[in-house]
Design a protein around this ligand. Structure first.
Ligand code: MG
Length: 182
């Protein structure tokens, strides 16, 4: 695809970035948005960014919950986000020991999104709270913002984590402001 036909995207992590962190979330009634998530995604919708959710869901591979439970949580999230829109939703269900090539920090979900949606990675961003999101950005050379919701603070306190080459933000609202002001 020609570059002129492609759009920039913001790749968004789910748990701890859009949704309040609940370990191995499987219950729609525990599915809650982080404050400002809806408004932030609406701003991206209005300013020409594709919004693409990329989320590891190893709870399926580990046998903790089913695809149906994942689907119900995901539907609840989309209902809560409405009228904000996610242009793509990608989940990798594999357990860490299964090298799927899709589980973050591997780039499979990003490559699938590019093939389906037409994305200019050079103008794109990743927003997430976890080490795997940061390492995905290193592997793909996509700009990254680490949010302090979810695991963000823990990631920063680890000695083996790169301290440069990315931005930090209090939450998704501040991260999206940084994207739009860049
Ligand atoms: Mg997360």
């Amino acid at each position: 695809m020609e570059k002129k036909d492609t759009k920039p995207a913001v790749f968004l992590d789910r748990d701890g970035t859009i949704l309040k962190p609940v370990p191995y979330l499987r219950d729609p009634s525990q599915t809650e948005l982080i404050e400002g998530a809806r408004e932030s995604i609406m701003k991206l919708n209005e300013t020409g960014f594709l919004t693409v959710l990329i989320s590891n869901q190893s709870g399926i591979g580990r046998g903790y919950f089913s695809f149906r439970e994942l689907f119900l949580v995901s539907s609840k999230m989309e209902d809560l986000l409405h009228p904000a829109r996610l242009d793509g939703i990608f989940y990798d269900p594999s357990a860490p020991a299964h090298l799927s090539g899709f589980r973050k920090p591997e780039r499979g979900m990003i490559d699938s999104a590019c093939a389906l949606l037409g994305i200019d990675l050079s103008r794109s961003w990743i927003i997430g709270d976890d080490y795997s999101d940061l390492m995905l950005s290193v592997k793909t050379d996509i700009r990254f913002i680490l949010v302090m919701t979810g695991y963000g603070k823990d990631v920063l306190s680890q000695s083996n984590v790169p301290k440069k080459g990315y931005l930090t933000a209090k939450d998704i609202s501040e991260a999206v402001r940084k994207v739009l002001n860049a």
